[in-house]
Design a protein around this ligand. Structure first.
Ligand SMILES: Nc1ncnc2c1ncn2[C@@H]1O[C@H](COP(=O)(O)OP(=O)(O)O)[C@@H](O)[C@H]1O
Ligand SMILES: [Mg+2]
Length: 274
């Protein structure tokens, strides 16, 4: 294992959404703050949009970890579902029984549950990841769910998090009613070159590195060029490069090792038929 070789206590570049490794650019910080604010101020529907691999799910894990005990969250990561399946997932996440009930019964019971929770000072939040997959019909159901309210307060807070196609979907004329319900819309982007450098050092430090210079400056430049600052791609190439460094006994990763790691990740074109 390369961790010992580089003096690390764990692997620094896993592609799991582990919030311990979270690196916050100003945009990530603002996005997280607006999600927290959306929940605490009961703002209704709040949206976060970002390219694939830019840290949306990791931010959500961080958010859920930080929620106080008065906030319950139902986290839905499979958004290719029907309305009834959505309700059943919400019920299961909130620890409520949903067997053999119709969608309309579930909706009624959810409203009763939310009203009760509010009386006890609790906030319930529905978090939908990969929200770009939601069908227009499910978005309409979600809009109606966000209508559940008392004269003073929304009963359900809704966070929609997805890739840029979510933005495109919401621009559709047919969804203008939905769009009007969104009270905050944030974007996160891939990292710039300086952030890429700091991101790499940050993850290495969390993994126990004593040196900030495991990757040479040119190596970082090459990683940035290849990944265009997308953290998921940075992780894959860095992990691969460290494995190569370990295999060839190199404690400092130079640009040539990154080239090799990138070449290893390339999928060869389908072989031409003879
Ligand atoms: N800002 C960040 N800080 C730390 N790690 C990140 C960040 N953004 C992405 N990653 C890492 O990149 C990978 C993909 O991130 P993920 O949150 O799944 O992206 P998304 O949900 O936007 O597709 C994960 O391993 C995650 O830890
Ligand atoms: Mg994700």
């Amino acid at each position: 294992m390369y961790t010992d070789f580089f003096g690390l206590s764990e692997k620094p570049f896993n592609v799991t959404p582990d919030p311990r490794f979270l690196y916050l650019t100003p945009a990530h910080r603002e996005a997280l703050a607006s999600l927290v604010y959306g929940i605490s101020e009961r703002m209704g529907i709040v949206c976060l949009i970002g390219e694939l691999g830019t840290g949306k799910t990791t931010l959500l894990y961080k958010l859920m970890e930080d929620l106080n005990e008065d906030t319950r969250a139902a986290y839905i990561f499979n958004s290719k579902i029907s309305f009834k399946e959505l309700l059943k997932s919400i019920f299961s996440q909130l620890g409520l029984p949903s067997e053999r009930k119709s969608a309309s019964t579930l909706l009624e019971e959810l409203k009763t549950h939310l009203t009760k929770e509010m009386l006890y000072g609790k906030t319930v939040t529905l978090i939908i990841d990969e929200a770009q997959n939601l069908t227009p019909s499910l978005l309409e159901h979600i809009r109606l769910m966000s209508n559940m309210e008392t004269p003073r307060q929304k009963l359900l807070q809704i966070l929609l998090v997805g890739q840029p196609e979510l933005g495109e979907k919401l621009r559709n004329r047919d969804l203008r009613q939905f769009r009007q319900r969104i009270t905050s819309l944030r974007f996160i982007c891939p990292l710039g070159e300086e952030d890429t450098r700091e991101y790499i050092v940050h993850r290495l430090k969390i993994a126990g590195a004593h040196s900030a210079n495991i990757f040479s400056s040119n190596a970082v430049g090459r990683i940035f060029q290849y990944s265009r600052g997308v953290p998921r791609l940075i992780n894959t190439v860095c992990d691969n490069a460290m494995l190569i460094g370990y295999g060839t006994g190199k404690k400092t990763i130079e640009e040539a090792v990154i080239d090799e790691a990138i070449a290893d990740l390339e999928i060869p074109p389908v072989m031409a038929k003879q």
